[in-house]
Ligand binder design. Structure first.
Ligand code: ZN
Length: 153
């Protein structure tokens, strides 16, 4: 809404509320504006005393960063360092949220896939051959080289 201070030819000053400046012009054009004191429809806007009421404007949505994974701690770091950081973080998550089944990994992954075992995240070791077999069966497994300091086994 926009509030215009209006002045009639009789010198009466009053306020008019309009959706927009265009709406004001339209109402003035159709002589819908009249002074509440004397009823005169010769009404002019007083230019200096306008103000906008922005109270009804919806709050702006929070700014979404272009890259959602980017955090202040990554500022100024080279992409390789950032990739290392993200990888390390993902690994931490993987290690803390998965169950270590060790050498039983291929068998357990298969059981989970065929719903013979409760569904959960597991980790463990598999040989190249075992890994390939799982992939061939369409079982979703992924290999992660774990840096020595992070290797909990
Ligand atoms: Zn008047």
């Amino acid at each position: 809404m926009i509030v215009f201070d209006l002045l009639c030819t009789g010198g009466h000053r009053f306020e008019g509320w309009f959706a927009s400046a265009t709406e004001y012009a339209s109402q003035k054009e159709r002589r819908l504006l009249s002074c509440p004191t004397c009823g005169s429809d010769h009404v002019e806007r007083v230019p200096s005393a306008t103000r906008a009421n922005l109270g009804a404007e919806p709050p702006k949505p929070p700014k979404v960063p272009a890259q959602s994974t980017k955090t202040p701690e990554m500022e100024g770091k080279d992409p390789f360092a950032i990739a290392q950081m993200l990888y390390s973080r993902m690994l931490d998550e993987l290690l803390t949220k998965s169950e270590d089944v060790g050498k039983d990994f291929p068998a357990e992954a298969r059981k989970i896939f065929y719903r013979e075992s409760p569904e959960r995240a597991i980790r463990g070791q598999a040989t190249q051959e075992e890994h390939d077999e799982l992939i061939d069966e369409g079982i979703p497994v992924a290999r992660f080289p774990i840096p020595p300091k992070e290797n909990l086994n």
